[in-house]
Ligand binder design. Structure first.
Ligand SMILES: Nc1nc2c(ncn2[C@@H]2O[C@H](COP(=O)(O)OP(=O)(O)OP(=O)(O)O)[C@@H](O)[C@H]2O)c(=O)[nH]1
Ligand SMILES: [Mg+2]
Ligand SMILES: [Zn+2]
Length: 291
């Protein structure tokens, strides 16, 4: 039996359908999939744990894929411990609706989520930035106010002990790859200038995991079409923790348009972020399965 066959490796990249697998000792293999495995699991996903049989120089066959603990579809990555929702208020301005959707999707697959608010050095409106930071901290998220240009906030971020697999998600141009470049200057991560219209240029094409201290961090392409199907609004509520503890008339209130709803009252009074409530309603209207 070839050495390493019974070790579990990690799929760190899927480039043009060829998985790259990194073994615990750091050896790296470009892999093929056996027909039987392909039939059983459909496709390999970055984040998969696999057993391999090395064939020759740096190549191997995937023999087996471990069952996935969880999986995001956009970006496509499995076995996540945490999600960094990367968001920028300027150059380009991100969508807060997409930010809220990313946080909810992380909640639905049962992993942690933190927010990286990027491009602090370009901030045009400090009051708005403070309001956004405050709203998400109130919702229970860690918010990292950072710049990949100056390094602001990245010392604290780097000093944080993490483990497992984390992924950066966010629209094209918000600065995901730039954060990685700053943290891992020698890893060869590519980023690119914005288009003349100030938008991202879909520079990152593949999900790729990089080793950062004790954990793995994925750079990903910037997706904007985020959707899922859920059974009911209650599934979303765990991702709106700022509403916990607000009294409603109904114990099972959905906080949509019910008369006497305490959340709607708190939104009107400016005690919780109104945009998050709007986005919650968008998700209820579009994501809940109609029977
Ligand atoms: N001034 C400033 N520019 C930044 C910062 N972060 C990123 N940029 C610039 O923003 C542009 C886009 O950054 P990328 O890192 O390529 O963005 P991305 O999120 O990886 O984009 P995609 O790969 O297309 O999804 C580049 O020109 C970066 O130099 C920052 O903190 N400050
Ligand atoms: Mg990128
Ligand atoms: Zn309510």
């Amino acid at each position: 039996m070839a050495p390493g066959v019974r070790d579990w490796g990690l799929v760190t990249l899927l480039e043009a359908n060829r998985p790259t697998v990194v073994m615990p000792d750091g050896r790296r293999y470009l892999c093929h999939l056996r027909g039987r495995v392909k039939r059983d699991v459909g496709r390999i996903v970055v984040g998969d744990a696999v057993q391999i049989a090395p064939t020759d120089a740096g190549e191997a066959i995937i023999l087996q894929v471990a069952p996935r603990r969880n999986q995001l579809l956009r970006p496509l990555v499995a076995n996540l411990d945490g999600v960094f929702a990367v968001f920028s208020l300027n150059n380009p301005r991100g969508s807060l609706e997409l930010l809220d959707k990313r946080l909810v999707l992380a909640h639905l697959i049962g992993c942690e989520a933190e927010i990286m608010l990027t491009k602090a050095d370009l901030s045009q409106d400090p009051d708005e930035r403070r309001a956004v930071v405050k709203a998400y901290r109130q919702a229970g998220y860690r918010v990292w106010d950072i710049s990949a240009r100056t390094g602001q906030g990245l010392d604290g971020w780097t000093a944080e002990a993490r483990s497992g697999v984390w992924v950066m998600t966010g629209e094209s141009g918000v600065g995901k790859s730039s954060v990685l470049q700053f943290i891992l200057p020698d890893a060869g991560v590519a980023s690119a200038a914005l288009s003349r219209g100030g938008r991202g240029q879909q520079t990152t094409r593949w999900v790729r995991l990089y080793r950062v201290a004790e954990f793995w961090l994925a750079d990903t392409p910037g997706y904007t079409a985020l959707t899922t199907t859920i059974e009911g609004p209650q599934q979303l509520l765990g991702a709106f923790r700022e509403w916990e503890g607000i009294d409603c008339r109904y114990a099972d209130c959905q906080h949509r348009d019910e008369a006497g709803c305490g959340v709607i009252r708190a939104v009107a009074a400016g005690e919780v972020a109104d945009w998050r409530h709007r986005h919650y309603r968008v998700m209820v209207d579009n994501w809940v399965r109609r029977h």
